[in-house]
Ligand binder design. Sequence first.
Ligand code: AMP
Length: 280
Amino acid sequence: MTICKTAAEMRAHRRTRRQGGRLGFVPTMGALHAGHLSLVRAAREQCDSVAVSIFVNPAQFAPHEDLDQYPRSLERDRELLEKEGVDLLFVPSTEEMYPPGSSTWVQVEGLSDKLCGQSRPGHFRGVTTVVAKLFHIVQPDCAFFGQKDAAQLAIIRRMVRDLHMPVEIVACPIVREADGLAMSSRNTYLDLEQRRAAPALYRSLVRVQKDFGGGERNAARLIGAGKGTISAEPSVRLDYFEIVDPQTLDPLTEVDRPALAAVAAFVGTTRLIDNLALPG
Ligand code: AMP
């Protein structure tokens, strides 16, 4: 596995491998778990070579958020990726990604204020800016993203379309723990009691799915049932529960087409997110 730390090294590597077929790319913030590795495996299956980036992007964290505490385990991550047969690992510094005086931002207007964008202003601007930079540096043919971050996926798809970026975006299913909790690097923050409570997010989505399966199409009633499941777990504090159009992220009043039920909640100080597709 080749490791590149600068955009120049990365470009030089890409120039020598230009004839090497399709390059699949998996951008991550590290602290890798089975969810990340599922993206790497999808990339391996669908592409001729695979690049992964590890970069904890300061621009997507608000000042009061967990940038400093965010788990970092580069040596372990490197070993995992090596075992998965990854060809290229890009681990830039913050200065490399944001040279002093950086003042250029990529923002998908409108979509970036929905779902997590409401409770984390500026978050998606940070995400689209760093993903655009990474795409320019890595120059992949396809990039793999988890459905776990459904709003992020919709926003990146829109950015790629609007800016004519020559990258195919591939969505991969959410990987869960045995009790349904969506895998996340932030799950490591949870103590035993919080870990026990955390699957309430998934249970709330399953409840919505069940009511939907029983014929309920009114979004407010579906959301009410989901919120009820969350409030039954006192150590979980709801941030939002929404049923939205998966492309526009606009809330639906009637679920008469494919939709996304999405939840965000705090377990202690840890903010977790999850979602499930409703077939419509
Ligand atoms: P992160 O390191 O949290 O920025 O995530 C990097 C990529 O992994 C994103 O595309 C996420 O959506 C994806 N991802 C994170 N957790 C999961 C999961 N449990 N299942 C599938 N993909 C995931």
